[in-house]
Design a protein around this ligand. Structure first.
Ligand code: SF4
Length: 404
């Protein structure tokens, strides 16, 4: 029997990103409110926006999972207690939790909403999955440290829904159980406020040499011993699907709209291709290349499919990307498009239009202020109108190769 196609779960750090994730192929999105989730510095959603986002998703038969996955202290429990009725009224398709107290409270007060166990719980074996399943958890987001062979074994021992991360940032600590940020910056990673100090550049210092710093690795860019590469299982998608896993998650609620759209689109296209003919599936090169156009650190298949290459990015702490977004098409009014400008634009510019299905070249034939005044150029942060050939639909992104 052919393997079932897992649900593709994309990050929605804001209402706009929720829209783009769904337009570009996500089956479900996960998002947080302005508190009690693990990305408190992403824009997040207000309750009103969550309501709007859920309506948008449900009207397209897509799902929204709400992350309430901070490790809670007593005052947080009180706040969660206050929020529950409002959250239940919005009918999210699942709530992601990482605290037994929250699990108990939500099971009592919101029994109709499926609970998903956060990766923060570091679930790595089938007995642990069975334990949580028996506590009423409907889906387990396994630790990134679970190799594919263990995932197969877990699948054989349980019918609990299983989700894994396939793409995005990793921690150098065990699935985020880390005090580095708290220690160095007083920003608590386990309450969604990580300053990512593992990405910083460090020197090794020997006390006996009067504190003279020593370079641990000779490299003009310094030493980033703790800095993990980004996970990417795109090349291994067939093997991942064939484990019988139920859902594939893309990390990145702090990432840009462009990142969310392009990464989601690549995984969508690959999953669809596999579904058409599993026997002849091979990694689609076009969509693989697209993963290099977004801001990312060197990719690795991580602990899921270990290889000999280091998981840390010793050579560089910096992100790389081959393309930069210059504008988003917000709407279209007859021949003119309303654009949100992200980087400099000028009349006559040739750009590449990124749509949910393809990329194509487009030319700007005229730029105008919203009141109709012609413009020579447009600048980041402006909302303008533009004549484009060929015309484009909303949710199109306009990009150019990034300047090195
Ligand atoms: S400091 Fe790095 S390893 Fe620690 S939680 Fe933050 S991202 Fe993860």
């Amino acid at each position: 029997m052919p393997a079932k196609i897992p649900e593709l779960v994309a990050p929605a750090g804001s209402l706009e990103k929720l829209h783009y994730a769904i337009q570009y192929g996500a089956d479900a999105v996960y998002c947080g409110l302005e508190e009690l989730n693990l990305r408190i510095r992403s824009e997040n959603l207000t309750l009103g926006q969550l309501h709007e986002g859920i309506a948008f998703a449900h009207s397209r038969q897509k799902k929204v999972y709400l992350a309430l996955n901070a490790l809670l202290c007593n005052t947080d429990l009180h706040r969660l207690d206050e929020m529950i009725n409002e959250v239940v009224a919005l009918r999210p398709d699942g709530i992601i939790v990482a605290d037994p107290g929250a699990i108990m409270l939500l099971r009592q007060r919101a029994p109709s909403i499926p609970l998903h166990l956060s990766t923060q719980f570091s679930t790595t074996n089938w007995q642990a999955v069975r334990f949580w399943h028996a506590q009423g958890i409907r889906r387990i987001i396994l630790a990134r440290e679970v190799p594919l062979s263990d995932l197969r074994a877990i699948r054989q021992h349980t019918d609990c829904k299983l989700e894994i991360f396939v793409h995005g940032a990793m921690c150098m600590a065990y699935s985020g159980r880390c005090l580095l940020s708290t220690y160095l910056t007083h920003r608590n990673a386990n309450q969604g406020d990580c300053a990512q100090p593992c990405r910083w550049e460090y020197v090794v210092q020997e006390a006996a040499k009067n504190g003279v710093p020593i370079r641990a690795i000779e490299d003009p860019q310094g030493t980033t011993l703790l800095s993990a590469k980004d996970l990417c299982l795109f090349d291994h998608l067939a093997a991942v699907i064939e484990t019988g896993v139920d859902a594939l998650k893309i990390e990145g609620r702090m990432k840009s709209t462009y990142y969310v759209a392009v990464v989601t689109r690549s995984y969508r296209k690959a999953l669809d291709l596999y579904q058409q003919n599993p026997a002849s599936y091979s990694t689609p090169e076009l969509w693989r290349k697209e993963l290099s156009t977004v801001s990312h650190r060197p990719y690795t298949s991580g602990f899921t499919i270990p290889d000999k290459a280091p998981l840390q990015s010793y050579a560089s702490k910096s992100y790389e990307q081959s393309h930069q977004v210059h504008a988003q098409v917000a709407s279209r009014e007859d021949v003119l498009h309303v654009l949100d400008v992200k980087a400099q634009l000028a009349s006559g510019d040739q750009l590449e239009a990124v749509t949910p299905d393809e990329n194509r070249m487009v030319e700007i034939n005229g730029l105008f202020a919203l009141d109709g005044e012609p413009l020579e150029q447009a600048h980041p942060g402006q909302r303008i109108k533009a004549a484009l050939t060929p015309p484009l639909a909303p949710y199109t992104l306009l990009r150019k190769p990034a300047v090195p």
